[in-house]
Design a protein around this ligand. Structure first.
Ligand SMILES: Cc1cc2nc3c(=O)[nH]c(=O)nc-3n(C[C@H](O)[C@H](O)[C@H](O)COP(=O)(O)O)c2cc1C
Length: 346
């Protein structure tokens, strides 16, 4: 079977994220700038700390999701199958990668369908790019088809202007995006999520999205995978100024969180979330849940389903320890606890 340009791009992304140095070099996710306020009179019973959370209407076991990664290429099916098994075992949401390829033809529909086939009833997040949403002439029909393929509980639209700009076959034209997003939010029965892919969503951008009816913002900020770096490597070009472009994840969470005064929405922290301390700090700064992508992909390839389950469980042991030491018994009262800027400590 000959692979389309979209399929080949998806394959390149998996390969580069597994083999190459594609993270931010000088910019961090910003969580390293904060310290927890130790609470010496904690009265929390460690064994009663509760990590259960909710993702829209479904109960989940941890405030964590497997970020949207792949689909639409031969290599994706096995990866998605394993990730789905992880999601089911941990009872956490899982996203699929861009379903653009599924709109082009049905050659790789099975690489997306495999997620629901293995994930039981956990929340599944469909995925499509802003460029496709902006230019589609029949957006509602397209989105309904994508939702049906994975039996999605929520639909994510990824906004990736930097990636479109640097991709040789990119489409840096999102004109009409907000109008079509508004249409989707009013006609589709499931919640719409808007996510970045590593450059972050500012408070200003989030406000526009929430006004359009979006129910969840996944900031996918800077500090983890640099998609500029991935695309430059695909074009065999050197890193440039743009490899480090973007708003750190912690900045996005702290500022977008301020919009809760005006809108009811779910806030996801992702972009360089690579350990339990990052998760705990993201929740403390205001995120409802966290997500990770590349580190999970690397772990599933290296250590299979068991490795990823073990990794996520170990992260949440760290979160639990931090909750005990800061006097929080559940994730709800953990959100918004005091974090100290490191420079204030000395
Ligand atoms: C191999 C790979 C493929 C990805 N493909 C998509 C995609 O199709 N759609 C999307 O919204 N995000 C995609 N992402 C971006 C992630 O969802 C995430 O926002 C980004 O990588 C930052 O998180 P990280 O630092 O944990 O990797 C992809 C990430 C990886 C590693």
């Amino acid at each position: 079977m000959t692979q389309s340009k979209t399929s080949i791009r998806k394959k390149d992304h998996i390969k580069l994220c597994l083999t190459d140095e594609v993270e931010y070099i000088s910019k961090t996710n910003g969580f390293d700038k904060y310290e927890f306020e130790h609470y010496a009179v904690t009265e929390i019973d460690y064994n009663k700390i509760n990590l259960n959370s909710k993702f829209f209407s479904k109960k989940i076991n941890y405030p964590f999701l497997i970020s949207c990664m792949t689909g639409g290429t031969k290599e994706a099916k096995g990866i998605n199958e394993k990730l789905a098994i992880v999601a089911k075992e941990l009872n956490i949401p899982i996203g699929v990668g861009s379903q653009r390829q599924a709109l082009e033809n049905n050659s790789f529909h099975s690489s997306y369908k495999v997620v629901r086939q293995n994930a039981g009833d956990v929340p599944i997040i469909g995925n499509i790019g802003a460029a496709q949403v902006a230019k589609s002439k029949n957006i509602i029909k397209d989105i309904r088809q994508l939702i049906a393929i994975v039996e999605a509980d929520a639909m994510a639209v990824h906004v990736n202007p930097l990636q479109e700009l640097l991709q040789s076959e990119g489409e840096p034209d999102f004109s009409g995006l907000l109008k079509n997003l508004e249409l989707i939010c009013s006609k589709i029965q499931i919640p719409v999520i808007v996510k970045e892919v590593g450059s972050g969503i500012s408070m200003h951008a989030a406000k526009k999205l929430l006004e359009a009816g979006v129910k969840c913002i996944d900031v996918a900020g800077a500090g983890g995978t640099s998609w500029a770096s991935v695309e430059l490597k695909r074009n065999r070009q050197e890193n440039s100024f743009f490899s480090e472009w973007g708003l750190p994840t912690s900045y996005c969470i702290r500022t977008v969180n301020q919009l809760r005064k005006y809108f009811y929405f779910t806030l996801v922290a992702s972009g360089g979330i690579n350990n339990g301390v990052d998760i705990a700090k993201a929740l403390a700064l205001g995120a409802d849940l966290c997500g990770s992508a590349r580190i999970i992909l690397q772990e599933i390839v290296k250590n299979d389903v068991e490795g990823v389950i073990e990794l996520i469980r170990s992260w949440f042991t760290t979160v639990k320890n931090i909750m005990y030491l800061t006097g929080c018994s559940n994730t709800k009262n953990f959100i918004g606890i005091g974090l100290i800027k490191k420079e204030e400590l000395y």
